[in-house]
Ligand binder design. Sequence first.
Ligand code: ATP
Length: 252
Amino acid sequence: MNGHRLELRDVSKSFGAMPVLGDVSLTVGEGEFVSIVGPSGAGKSTILRLLSGSERADAGEILFDGHALGVSGASFAFMPQRDALMPWRRIIDNTTLGLEVKGMSRKEAHARVAPLFEPFGLAGFEHHYPAQLSGGMRQRAALLRTVVQEQDMLLLDEPFGALDALTRTQLQEWLQEMWAGHRWTALLITHDVREAVFLSDRIYVLSPRPARVVAEFQVPLSRPRRLADLGSAAARAIETDILERLLHHQAI
Ligand SMILES: Nc1ncnc2c1ncn2[C@@H]1O[C@H](COP(=O)(O)OP(=O)(O)OP(=O)(O)O)[C@@H](O)[C@H]1O
């Protein structure tokens, strides 16, 4: 084992005649928050689908704790762009869904999620239905449902993409605090370079399809972070550099 939790080595994937991923290599360490930014349609979500097992790579290796993904027993908690809450279930019963699917009784699952409602800013809304909550609250409920399953790794696919700019900023700040407290091993897919800089330890920049990694950045901001840190010279320099790579996809 080389210290990485997740490692993709030269992973490629085509859909029919269309190459989507071309030799993508990346790593995520224990307790590390890593983001992937790339142009629309580059294949970012495809990477997550390879991890969740809903697609298979054509070539290359995906390792978890040094073992091939299929035999590693790795479990991923996935949070999609849309909250995917079930409208007919109360918030508390939505957040227990993943636990119940894994065989936990509803009573036990309720006991597990209940203490998280306060830190997730959902106290008092346990018995509301999704339609009675704001978009930001629904995304927090979706994240609660995701993290309570205590999987090996958190996969976030544009989790704030459907929110208005202010709510999105508030949730980025909130997620940063939550992550600092829990140190989930996390892989975030985003179009939003500022979001990636604010949340990540490291950032991979993908080229247009067929995607390959054209740059990797270590974010030099100390934690805990505040939004104001994005105005620092270091943050602005890295943001500009990533945007340049995205626009001109120069390889390093
Ligand atoms: N199951 C599939 N069959 C055929 N083509 C697919 C399939 N899944 C994805 N694609 C195609 O692969 C390409 C990459 O899709 P993917 O969703 O991974 O991109 P993305 O980088 O996540 O895009 P966006 O940022 O717009 O969400 C797209 O052109 C998409 O149409």
